[in-house]
Design a binder for this molecule. Structure first.
Ligand code: MGD
Ligand code: MGD
Ligand code: SF4
Ligand code: MO
Length: 764
């Protein structure tokens, strides 16, 4: 559905894309946004506390902070400053606001507008048949939610969605509540994000997490950055890559777009970044075809095997392969058979370009592969990740300094939420430990993930939806279908900081449960509390909010879940919900008894730098069925795009946080003033008979024959790789068919939507 005022001040201008990232303009832009949201004093207070030892964790991405001694006073990036001040805004939504605006009226507003209204301040309810939200007390709201949950025929008719901003303590309580209630229905944003990484790494290495530290990044000989736009989405990664470069390491960037941050970086906190030309990041930019990464790593593996044949004993790390892996021979036999024709078609690269990467690999003593959504959100995302692991294992690049796998996580605590047990298929060992600690038996059948949850709602098998953090309606694929699913629920409830689409597309009864953000001070009966998070490199540390809460009626996420738990499951001695709410140390004591790696949690997290969770892979332990790392055989695969069509990726602009646009500008790509824009290679535009700035509809093609259309986009000539197109998420989610998912991980293929461009119906 196109909302009538999707882009309120749509005023497109296009300037050449930037060839460098950050520097002084970035600082200026961050301050402009912050000051548009709140006072100079509040801005200063938030910025002084981001990522500091006694401050709060940036609510942005999951890139780790350097060790305390090496931290700057300003250990944040432009976008981190925007994320935190978007939360610390002085704007407020009160009961009057909901009296003035009906839910239909709010639903017609853009995602940008909804977010700009400010922080939610008191619980609200939409009663069956009502046109407006109205205020409700906390007790009544939580009684209502508990009553609806208890009234279900089966606990499996409930869905508990978690997004990755949720801290460890609240995540642990939520999964405890769900499991003790009797369901594994814990869909999360990982299902839409790095699920392919978890799956691929789990199969190959026996653990679904990355294996490298910041030190490894800094001291690696060769780093691949594949399908990732760090300049926008993990900006401080550029400081790390700058250090890699200074230490003599090389960077190969593989992307369908020449993203600014991959090219050159100007460090905003260093003199040379302010006045100099900055540091070139990518030594080699590999302008790959969309979905060609599997073929690229297959090619690199084939070349390594051939080089070893030519000079036996000089290329592969036989000692590592023999000691730590299985499946090498089957893999190698298959890898040699992949044809160059296929490789060149799938990648769109020349053989020389691939040969050049190969030479870099041969010259390196250590290598790391980093990746994000450009890899995971493809049909063959899991296969690509397994092939990346094959590539690293061939030269023993697992578990040694400067080497390993680096899936770069999105949300600041998305990795921690999983560690805490938020997953629809937690291993039996975890469920047993949880059940032992709290005196119940957790159900062992798997629950619904995000996509299955939508199907269950559509079929009437799931009736009550509780979302904690996040914006399920806009984050998920097939918007029209998902919206139908949500509207069909008996009750939808959201624990949120800001207004979003999931509040306007709601069930028969709906609840908005407003909560503290990362930057808000959290005081409970036992005094001031802190929470903990785990970053992309498995560092666990404390986060302490510093600002006066956005409203006196806010409860913390821990408090909301604890109060709900007590209402649903009763006050039992086994699960002391009140004690948990009063003193988060008591939650951490339980976590230390249930979650491996968290022994003495309270003591260890009180250290300034927190602690690092051990990664067994780095000690030669692989929790696979054979106890060894596994070489896998991956069939060649590439996206099939019929003639006259393009492969569309839905991605983030420089100025948004996931489903929340902060402005209509995408500064690094030079696309300003509008978001309904589709970026296409000029030669493809010419072949399609479309001119730059033509108005087009995007029509997705899927074998169910249903027409999915995103209307009124402006075609922009852009250096996208041939055959591909790029447009922003979430405006394009309407085009992603619910059934178009990655093999094995069920992650929606948000980077691989087959579309045709039609003259816009409005202008045709
Ligand atoms: N400012 C900001 N920061 C964020 C977020 C945000 O919304 N805003 N979101 C957070 C979250 S949850 C996540 S998961 C991460 C996401 O971080 P990214 O994965 O960097 O996010 P996307 O914008 O989806 O960008 C995907 C990148 O992959 C490239 N790409 C697309 N298809 C292909 C392909 O087939 N092959 C290759 N090699 N490249 C391809 C795109 O051109 C783009 O550069 O960022 C986190 N950080
Ligand atoms: N087409 C397409 N779809 C995608 C993607 C894509 O690349 N393309 N990316 C996918 C990815 S990687 C992800 S991770 C998902 C993201 O999906 P989600 O995590 O579900 O969505 P967000 O936009 O991060 O959620 C924003 C909302 O979170 C709430 N919030 C913010 N901070 C807090 C907090 O501290 N506590 C609480 N309780 N609430 C808070 C606010 O109300 C805000 O409106 O989207 C996925 N969907
Ligand atoms: S890199 Fe990520 S975690 Fe660090 S300040 Fe920027 S947004 Fe925040
Ligand atoms: Mo994500």
């Amino acid at each position: 559905m196109t909302r009538t005022n999707e882009d309120p001040s749509d005023d497109l201008s296009v300037i050449p894309p930037k060839t460098w990232a950050t520097g002084v303009p970035a600082v200026t832009h961050a301050l402009e946004y912050s000051l548009s949201q709140t006072s100079a004093r509040r801005t200063a207070l938030t910025l002084l506390n981001i990522n500091q030892v006694k401050g709060f964790d940036c609510p942005g991405c999951a890139w780790p902070e350097p060790k305390p001694g090496r931290r700057h006073l300003n250990e944040y990036c432009e976008n981190g400053a925007k994320h935190v001040n978007d939360e610390a805004t002085s704007r407020r939504i009160t009961a009057d606001f909901f009296r003035e605006h009906s839910i239909d009226e709010l639903d017609a507003k853009s995602d940008y507008w909804l977010n700009q209204q400010g922080r939610l301040t008191e619980p609200m309810v939409k009663r069956p048949g009502a046109t407006h939200y109205e205020p409700i007390g906390w007790d009544e709201a939580l009684d209502l939610l508990a009553r609806e949950l208890r009234a279900l025929d089966s606990p499996d008719e409930a869905l508990f969605y978690v997004s990755g901003r949720l801290n460890n303590e609240a995540a642990f309580l939520l999964q405890l509540l769900a499991h003790a209630f009797g369901t594994n229905n814990l869909p999360d944003c990982s299902n839409l994000c790095h699920e392919s990484s978890g799956r691929g790494l789990g199969e190959s290495l026996g653990i679904g997490k990355g294996s490298v530290s910041l030190d490894d990044i800094h001291h690696s000989d060769l780093i691949f950055v594949v399908g990732q736009n760090p300049g926008t989405n993990h900006p401080r990664m550029l400081s790390s890559l700058e250090e890699t470069k200074r230490n003599g390491g090389r960077v190969v960037a593989v992307n369908t777009l020449p993203e600014a941050g991959l090219m050159r970086f100007k460090h905003p906190q260093k003199a040379r970044g302010v006045i100099g030309r900055g540091t070139p990041i990518a030594d080699q930019f590999v302008h790959i075809r969309a979905g060609g990464d599997l073929a690229l790593f297959q090619a690199l593996n084939k070349l390594l095997l051939e080089a070893e044949d030519a000079a036996p004993g000089t290329v592969l790390d036989h000692a590592w392969i023999t000691a730590h892996s299985t499946g090498f021979h089957e893999f190698a036999e298959h890898a040699r058979t992949v044809s160059w024709d296929d490789i060149l078609t799938a990648t769109g690269l020349t053989r020389q370009e691939i040969q050049q990467i190969h030479e870099r690999v041969l010259a390196s003593r250590s290598a790391i592969v980093c990746w994000a959504m450009g890899v995971t959100q493809h049909k063959h995302g899991v296969a690509t990740i397994r092939e990346i692991v094959n590539f690293l294992m061939l030269r023993g690049n697992i578990g040694k300094p400067g080497a390993g796998v680096c899936p770069v996580r999105g949300h600041s605590n998305v990795q921690g939420d999983r560690t805490m047990g938020v997953w629809e298929q937690m291993p039996q060992s975890f469920l047993d430990a949880l059940g032992r600690e709290f005196g119940f038996t957790a159900p062992s059948h798997h629950g619904y993930d995000a996509v299955q949850g939508i199907r269950a709602m559509l079929a009437g098998d799931a009736k009550v939806f509780l979302g904690v953090a996040g914006n399920f309606v806009r984050a998920t694929p097939d918007s029209a279908v998902t919206e139908r699913a949500m509207r069909g629920c008996r009750l939808t409830a959201h624990v949120s900081t800001k207004l979003n689409r999931s509040h306007t597309v709601c069930g028969e009864t709906a609840l908005i449960l407003p909560t503290l953000g990362r930057s808000d001070r959290d005081v409970q009966a036992a005094g001031e509390q802190f929470v903990t998070v785990e970053d992309s490199m498995s560092d666990v540390h404390a986060s302490r909010g510093k600002l006066p809460p956005a409203s006196p009626w806010l409860l913390s996420e821990v408090a909301i879940i604890a109060r709900l738990g007590r209402r649903i499951l009763g006050a039992t001695p086994e699960i002391p919900w009140e004690e948990f709410e009063d003193d988060y140390d008591t939650i951490r004591d339980r976590i230390s008894r249930v979650v491996p790696g968290f022994e003495d949690f309270n003591e260890r997290v009180s250290r300034p730098s927190g602690f690092n969770l051990p990664n067994p892979v780095n000690h030669g332990t692989f929790r696979t069925p054979t106890g060894k790392a596994t070489f896998t055989r991956n069939d060649f695969e590439m996206p099939l795009v019929p003639k006259g069509h393009l492969l569309l990726q839905s991605l983030r602009s420089h100025d948004q946080w996931n489903t929340v646009p902060y402005s209509l500008n995408d500064r690094y790509r030079g696309v300003m003033g509008a978001r309904r824009v589709v970026m296409v290679n000029p030669e493809d535009l010419a072949e399609l008979g479309i001119a730059d700035r033509d108005q087009v509809d995007l029509v997705s093609v899927w074998h169910d024959g249903v027409e999915r259309r995103a209307e009124n986009f402006t075609a922009v000539s852009y250096p996208a790789s041939r055959g591909s197109a790029a447009a922003y998420y979430p405006e394009t989610n309407v085009l992603v068919p619910l059934d178009s998912v990655a093999d094995k991980s069920n992650c929606p293929t948000s980077k691989a939507i087959v579309v045709r461009l039609e003259p816009a119906a409005a202008t045709a």
